[in-house]
Design a protein around this ligand. Structure first.
Ligand SMILES: NC(=O)c1ccc[n+]([C@@H]2O[C@H](COP(=O)([O-])OP(=O)(O)OC[C@H]3O[C@@H](n4cnc5c(N)ncnc54)[C@H](O)[C@@H]3O)[C@@H](O)[C@H]2O)c1
Length: 383
């Protein structure tokens, strides 16, 4: 089978997402399966070029995985003809400048979310990439989670009747870093370094809501910095200047109301780290990362409010698990394969820079709502 090698810059590959999800679980996993097959019988063969700031760390990753192509010089690698794709998983603040450089070098671009710090910058990047004739993509991994895929299947199959509301609970306790190390990077808790849970999670909520339920028309949001002081990777205490919890209401096209709580300051009493309950006239579902349970109208029990008596029903047992009915691959890898087919074979790919800009816009308007204490309408972004 003819291989079609394609050079891909991975900038930020020493980070959590860059290393684990994008290099190991996506590009190297694609190589292990023999590449991405195309209809013409050829296969796309990713050739990763590791880019970062630390020679030691890059060399270490390269050696661990038998790779040889790595550099700390982004400009030099952008000038190479065998490299056609630039991928960015750096800290968010470094992204815009690097993507601009990649556009000038004529590379197709795939990036982690949020794709920029402001919607104006995101739109500007979208327009510049389009004007240069480049193909773009933004990571929207949650769409490929088994739980959300099952939810989408239920929606497409008409299970819910008319969908009324969505309630989502995302979060877990992120350690403060004093007596146990924090399990997220400290920049996430500093606004001046691009941190904050709204900037981190609202881009996800935007595409999840839009693709599953309908366009977001308005947002109302309350944010908090519940833990004002944390301890960083070097053991130094620092003031947490970014929001670590966001309580949002999203009004969707068609009258659906979505309430989503996002918090790094909650202890988990759920089956999964994120869960969405969807209630419709004909049935309801609770979807997590992997699982999805349903209750149909026909089998809905009739609880009666009586605080004088102990609960007589085991409500959780009244739901039915939705079967997998298919194999679910890693979501990051599935989206990478789609982007590679888009670049090499021109196959359609819906999650471009304009889609990414809508995610940045929702985060921006969520923060505006929180700052001003008001409901904010979400205008259409104009390409
Ligand atoms: N899709 C998702 O579910 C998901 C989840 C977490 C994070 N992310 C996004 O991925 C990106 C990276 O997040 P992460 O959790 O991997 O972060 P991380 O801190 O683990 O990695 C950051 C990377 O950026 C590099 N970097 C470049 N310039 C830097 C600078 N000036 N200061 C610090 N680091 C610098 C680091 O070397 C490192 O490779 C962020 O934009 C984040 O929003 C996405």
């Amino acid at each position: 089978m003819t291989r079609r090698p394609i050079g891909i810059i991975l900038n930020g590959v020493t980070g959590r997402m860059g290393y684990r999800q994008h290099l190991v679980r996506s590009l190297l996993a694609i190589r292990e399966q023999g590449g991405v097959p195309l209809d013409d019988g050829t296969t796309i063969w990713p050739e990763p070029v590791l880019v970062g700031r630390s020679e030691t760390r890059l060399r270490d990753i390269a050696e661990r995985h038998g790779l040889t192509d790595w550099t700390t010089d982004l400009s030099a690698v952008l000038a190479r003809d065998d490299v056609r794709i630039y991928f960015d998983s750096q800290v968010t603040q470094q992204r815009e400048k690097a993507i601009r450089q990649a556009i000038e070098a004529g590379k197709h671009i795939y990036t982690e979310k949020p794709m920029a710090e402001t919607s104006a910058a995101a739109l500007d990047l979208a327009r510049a990439a389009t004007a240069a004739g480049l193909r773009t993509g933004v990571v929207q991994d949650k769409l490929f989670l088994p739980g959300l895929r099952k939810l989408k299947r239920l929606i497409d199959g008409g299970f819910f009747g008319r969908i009324l509301s969505v309630r989502g609970e995302f979060g877990y306790w992120v350690f403060e870093g004093d007596w146990q190390p924090a399990q997220r990077p400290s920049w996430n808790y500093r606004a001046e370094d691009g941190g904050g849970i709204v900037v981190d999670m609202f881009p996800h909520w935007q595409y999840v809501l839009e693709e599953l339920f309908g366009q977001v028309k308005a947002v109302t949001c309350v944010t908090a910095t519940h833990i004002p002081r944390r301890v960083d990777e070097a053991g130094n205490a620092y003031p947490a200047t970014a929001d670590d919890a966001a309580y949002g209401i999203f009004e969707l096209a068609g009258g659906i109301v979505a309430q989503l709580n996002s918090s790094w300051c909650v202890r988990v009493n759920r089956d999964e780290l994120v869960e969405f309950q969807v209630d419709g006239t004909e049935g309801s579902a609770v979807a997590g990362l992997r699982g999805c349970r349903v209750q149909h109208r026909a089998v809905t029990p009739k609880p009666v409010w009586n605080p004088d008596l102990p609960v007589t029903e085991d409500f959780r047992s009244q739901w039915t698990e939705v079967p997998d009915n298919e194999e679910f691959d890693n979501g990051f890898k599935v989206q990478w394969e789609a982007f590679l087919r888009h670049v090499v074979a021109g196959e359609p790919f819906g999650w471009d820079f304009l889609a990414g800009a809508r995610g940045v816009q929702l985060a921006e308007l969520g923060l505006l709502s929180a700052r001003e204490g008001c409901r904010v309408e979400v205008p259409e972004l104009d390409r």
